[in-house]
Design a protein around this ligand. Structure first.
Ligand code: G1P
Length: 297
């Protein structure tokens, strides 16, 4: 029997400089798509995949994140007094069971690999998931759940994967494919942020991982890689050729790069259109806007 994946790491220590000045006082992960902060989408996805322990790797100035998952007695009392049970229900999705959530500080911004390594003692000797909240994935079956199901068959190490245009490959970790089995590929190599033109394929790593605890041991020894940072990709690549191996999983769903302004706006529109209470208004507005633009051309 394979160990169940019950722990997930959420690296949330980044400064979010691309969203300054907003991120001067609001952590990037608290920025909202429609009415839910980015981090809520990540947590909901993890819950759907059976995750029970949520480990946040944070940094200075992320207090709003801790408060977000806490109870808010004053607000809850007010809503109760006013009989707003629907809003109380919505608030419940932000609460965590006691002991289910842990915060670990990354004291230096040394890269994603280092952030994951900071959580090593909380992971111990079990497989674990990593979710990068910047990558928001709209899917009928949540992406991590798809991966957990696939992982039950393969074990090893699994990264979410998606084809990207060759011109964009240098922004990602990129897979060197050994065998392509459709939704799954086995991997011969992985390169973090390859120089343009040197990418081994156009299959890029997206921010969902199911990893063996060996990756944490590899991180003990990893030297800084692309961009001078300790890269998770390099620690995973060391698993290639072991009995565990590395797989890429082509998930079903649409990924938004909410680490970029354009991706964030696209996600806002897409999630707005997917909501029954907003679709008609937003659709009418967008149709109008397009018509006006066309007329002006
Ligand atoms: C990180 C990973 C990279 C991955 C990407 C997906 O890069 O290091 O391998 O392809 O997330 O979003 P970042 O976007 O943090 O530079």
């Amino acid at each position: 029997m394979r160990n169940k994946v019950t722990k997930a790491i959420f690296p949330v220590a980044g400064l979010g400089t691309r969203f300054l000045p907003a991120t001067k006082s609001v952590p990037k992960e608290i920025m909202t798509l429609v009415d839910r902060p980015l981090i809520q989408y990540a947590i909901d996805e993890a819950r759907a995949a059976g995750i029970k322990e949520f480990i946040f790797v944070t940094s200075r100035g992320k207090g709003a994140l801790e408060d977000y998952f806490d109870h808010s007695p004053q607000l809850e009392n007010e809503l109760r007094k006013k009989g707003k049970t629907d809003l109380l229900e919505i608030l419940k999705t932000t609460n965590m069971d006691s002991g289910a959530i842990a915060y670990m500080r990354q004291h230096k911004a040394l890269g994603l690999g280092h952030a994951v390594w900071c959580a090593r003692r909380l992971i111990g000797n079990e497989p674990f998931a990593v979710i990068l909240p910047d990558d928001v994935i709209a899917a009928e079956k949540p992406c991590l759940q798809q991966m957990v199901e696939a992982y039950e068959e393969t074990g090893g190490n699994m990264v979410a994967a998606m084809e990207v245009p060759a011109a964009k490959a240098s922004s990602y970790g990129v897979l060197d494919i050994k065998e392509d089995m459709g939704s799954m590929v086995s991997v011969n190599g992985m390169v973090e942020k390859p120089e343009p033109g040197t990418e081994p394929s156009n299959l890029a790593v997206i921010g969902r991982y199911i990893l063996s605890p060996h990756v944490l041991k590899n991180l003990n020894k990893i030297k800084s890689g692309a961009g001078g940072e300790i890269q998770l990709t390099d620690a995973i690549a060391q698993e290639i050729g072991t009995e565990r191996g590395v797989y890429g999983y082509r998930f079903r769903g649409q990924r938004f790069d909410c680490g970029s302004k354009s991706g964030f706006l696209q996600a806002t529109v897409a999630f707005g259109l997917s909501r029954d209470d907003l679709r008609d208004d937003l659709h009418a507005y967008l149709t109008d806007l397009m018509a006006t633009e066309k007329a002006a051309q």
